[in-house]
Design a protein around this ligand. Sequence first.
Ligand code: PLP
Length: 432
Amino acid sequence: MMDDRSQLSAMNFLNEVSGVFPSAISLASGRPNDRFFDKLDPEVLVNALRVYERHSTGCHRSGQGWSDLLQYGRTAGIISEFVAQQVRSDEGVPAKADRILITSGCQEALAICLPALCPEPADVLLVCNPTYVGVTGAAKAAKVAIAALSNSGPSVADAIEAAVQDLRRNGRRARAIYLIPDFDNPTGRVLGAVARRDILQVCARHRLVVLEDNPYGLFRYEGDAVPPMAALDQVGSVIYLSTFSKTLSPALRVGAAILPDTIFGDAGVCQALWDDLVQRKSFVTINTSQITQAIVAGLLIEQRASLRGWIRPALDWYRANRDVMLRQLDSVFSPLSDPIRWNRPSGGFFLALDLPFRFGADDVDECARRDNVIVMPMSFFALDDSQDCRVRLAFSAVTPEQIRTSVTGLGRYIERRLGGKLPGLTGGLARG
Ligand SMILES: Cc1ncc(COP(=O)(O)O)c(C=O)c1O
């Protein structure tokens, strides 16, 4: 179906596979689960608009009435105060409203931040390998060069140091790094507090801005939260990217880029960056929909600035799904645990499964056709061939029953590829 992964984006490819094999269960999609959208039925949405409108007209005589919301609006957005309160209370990020740019989802924040941070041809954005396809796509669209951090060194900080030096030798300059420290997409990895501090140190030394993307941070299933890098930042090096896509709904298309007070101690540089970002946004989307901004703000007013209570049922559901997936992986693959390994993510929507063979686009097809399961090759997120023997499994958008069935199907596929038998699968399972 897809011979060259550069021909189609990973997302288009997977949509195409789902269209061709509609009965296959998809562990490829990291969407939030639809079942929680009942909480946002039309009455709730309208009520949220009314709450915002009442609050706004009550606070300022010149507040946002209904007709104002239907107009073009302020480019930087109209709900920064509410977003500042929410990220402060839920995520511990020291956000100030006048440094919050409301964006059309986090994706727009990426699209405008990358070229602003890397304006010169010699400038380079550092990324992990693998990383979120949205950042590599945004960099490509903006013609921003990217360099992958090596996975062979002892730490991310060491890999950054090595990449900076390497680029310097080649006349290039690392200007920023994109990171998902909490429950990384695609690997599920969390960076510990020490790693975060070390990264901040090396970034400060080389004046690298950190783009900290945190769509999954509130979905922690166990253990203590690690402070966001934006909370650990003491020099003004972190731009924090926030979104309501996973907590409320991706259809709202509301996210934010939250700047520090200064960039490396310089308030003027920060102001210039802010002006640049606002100008770029004005040429991309003019402003984020005021209707959906008002819905988000109305919900935040009702939730008293914290979404922790709102997401509780979803959090419990995702945690249970993760547990079902881990149990099923264990029962299907533990007899072969040597060549097949997976991680236990402490939050988020994804885990990574290591295979003893390459798994690419053609294999997605075969697995969907014969075994009724669609999984995401990790190579789709990679900048080299180091991820060719891995897949990403998402457990957010499926039911526990679908997880059991699909992991069993994946086991059948892997059994065939290995040309042997998985003890857990022998006997009773029909071949697809
Ligand atoms: C790591 C990461 N960043 C950004 C996004 C896009 O978020 P938004 O819907 O806010 O544009 C996603 C979506 O899956 C994501 O996984």
